[in-house]
Design a protein around this ligand. Structure first.
Ligand code: ARG
Length: 567
């Protein structure tokens, strides 16, 4: 079904056309002055320029047509040519009922057949996930769900960092500890120390660094011993990574990694060679991707290092070949930290130059900012080290659990609420911005929090538990202001999903979920459905509660947040 603004625009566009003006001029939007009217159309202004007429005259003509439409409660021309619109209660209620019955809960479906490939998560094997990894998983999952909700086909790929130097470093460290073998026995505790120790050594000891590079080259070129170690490290790493993503509800269709893309490196080299793009630079092979109008310098992208090994850009380019073969995606979204913007600029340009894609704009880096501590600096563990994602999550869970109500689902609920707190606290911010993690604030039952949204749903559940078996039907009257406000916000759902998709902005959905929950709070305080003796009112209010729950769940689903039955 159409969104509310699409539906109203259709009416106004037709009216413009009927008066002899261009159809598209009738775009309707939410009013800037909700105290005066709910919707407005400002098309008379551009029309005035196009047709050399006074905007008020055009607005008057269009308004005259719209007044014949019984869905409008009022149509008036204000100021120099604004058309102010309000719709009837019957129209609002009809629209709400259509949404409730719609299989997509009022979210318009695209007519195009599109496949969106989403590269998110991006964990590195051999290193524990740290708190910084939460954003890609959470934002990527939500973007994927928003694309799906609007009718696109989506493919989510975790794109493991499994082909880089960090693997060589960990193997060298294992070798130093005399542990590198066909069947390695490493306890989880020891496992946790491997990468940090290797990293410390690499910085101090050039020999260690050199050996780690050599090992990297070896497993990349098929050395049996190191490839066997590589597989074992992958098994252990993947177990931990999967566990964490399960908790966070990140559901990947593909568990591919750099190592899968590496198979396409020869093809990449061919494509670059054929176009004479490879240049030798101090023993490395690079491609010059700079453009004359670059405001800031864009350095050449390194394809093969001096020692012949592949690096980050190499596998990212090869992965484009892999993905084209796999599903010919219409767009590829990279949900990766803002700090990698230059890397993606280089890769995308090179992909275009090498002919891997026809249109560079289908490759999109959807960057995000950092999670800071209360001091405004990137969030760290208490001892000032990198904060492991599992420790971060357990901290939030412990705090939620301490406040959770007694009952049989206490722990399972607390886990869901903790995840909701983390995810909602992240998604309420526009992704490109940094934000500060504040445990107290994020887990509060009030304000823009996951708990507030889940609490709203649990309140509705408890009303229906008390109400027992009720048969509800679409109401025909709106009785109170708080009811009217809630309905208006619910009806904006389709438009919000469209703009969240357009701007790749889950915060639009999170914000709307909050608006709905707030409007529900006022409605709930004012209208006592259970105590109401007028059967029509009682039906209308219970119906609205059930619709609110359904629409809120649609929002939560798009955010990748699970609700709880009771709180
Ligand atoms: N593993 C990378 C990192 O930790 C992120 C991967 C993002 N995706 C990509 N295709 N480059 O920085």
């Amino acid at each position: 079904m159409n969104s509310l603004l699409m539906e109203l625009s259709k009416k106004a566009c037709a009216a413009f056309q009927k008066c002899g003006y261009q159809y598209e001029l009738g775009l309707v939007r939410t009013s800037d002055r909700p105290d005066l009217c709910a919707f407005q159309c400002n098309g008379a202004f551009p029309a005035a320029k196009m047709y050399r007429k006074a905007p008020s005259v055009i607005a008057g003509e269009v308004a005259k047509i719209l007044k014949n439409d019984s869905d409008f409660e009022s149509v008036s021309v204000k100021g120099a040519g604004f058309i102010n619109l309000d719709v009837t209660d019957e129209f609002l209620l009809r629209f709400l009922n259509d949404m409730v019955e719609d299989e997509h809960t009022g979210v318009p479906q695209t007519e195009k057949e599109e496949t969106i490939f989403i590269d998110y998560g991006g964990p590195n094997a051999a290193k524990p996930l740290h708190v910084g990894h939460v954003r890609s998983a959470v934002i990527g999952e939500s973007l994927k769900r928003i694309a799906k909700a609007t009718g696109r086909k989506t493919i989510g790929d975790v794109h493991l960092g499994d082909w880089g130097l960090q693997m060589g470093m960990v193997m060298k460290e294992l070798e130093d500890r005399g542990k590198l073998s066909e069947k390695m026995e490493i306890s989880p505790e020891e496992w946790d120390t491997l990468y940090s120790q290797a990293n410390a050594k690499k910085k101090l000891d050039p020999e260690f660094d050199k050996a780690a590079h050599e090992i990297t080259y070896k497993f990349q070129t098929g050395d049996v011993k190191y490839l066997s170690a590589w597989k074992q490290i992958m098994d252990v790493s993947l177990k931990g990574i999967r566990e964490m993503y399960d908790i966070l509800g990140a559901e990947f269709d593909l568990w591919h990694g750099e190592s899968d893309a590496a198979k396409y490196v020869p093809e990449l080299m061919d494509a670059l060679d054929k176009r004479n793009l490879l240049v030798d630079s101090m023993g490395a092979k690079v491609v010059d991707v700079s453009r004359e109008d670059d405001a800031a310098p864009v350095p050449p992208v390194i394809i093969k290092k001096m020692d012949g090994s592949d690096i980050y850009a190499t596998t990212d380019l090869a992965a484009i070949i892999e993905r084209e073969k796999l599903c010919k995606p219409d767009e590829i979204w990279y949900v990766v930290d803002n700090r990698q913007a230059l890397h993606f600029k280089q890769v995308f340009r090179c992909a275009k130059m090498a002919g891997l894609v026809e249109d560079e704009s289908k490759l999109m880096h959807l960057g995000f900012g950092t999670i800071n501590g209360e001091d405004g600096k990137p969030l760290k563990s208490r001892d000032g080290n990198v904060l492991k994602l599992s420790d971060f999550y357990e901290g939030v869970y412990a705090s939620v659990l301490a406040r959770a109500a007694e009952g049989k689902d206490r722990e399972a609920n607390a886990r869901k609420i903790a995840v909701a707190a983390i995810k909602f606290g992240d998604l309420i911010n526009f992704r490109a911005k940094d934000y500060s993690f504040d445990l107290e604030k994020f887990t509060s039952y009030e304000g823009k929090t996951g708990s507030f949204i889940l609490y709203t749903i649990s309140r509705i559940n408890s009303v229906f538990k008390k109400a027992g078996e009720v048969e509800l039907h679409a109401p025909s009257e709106i009785y109170t202001d708080s009811e009217y406000n809630l309905i208006h916000i619910l009806l904006s759902t389709g438009d919000k999903f469209l703009s969240a998709y357009e701007d790749k902005a889950p915060n639009v959905i999170a914000e709307n979920a909050f608006e709905i929950a707030s409007a529900f709070s006022s409605f709930y305080a004012e209208n006592k459905a259970l105590a109401e003796t007028d059967e029509n009112k009682k039906n209308a209010w219970l119906y609205l509660m059930s619709a609110t729950k359904k629409i809120l769940l649609k929002h939560l689903d798009a955010l990748g947040i699970e609700a709880v039955e009771r709180m």
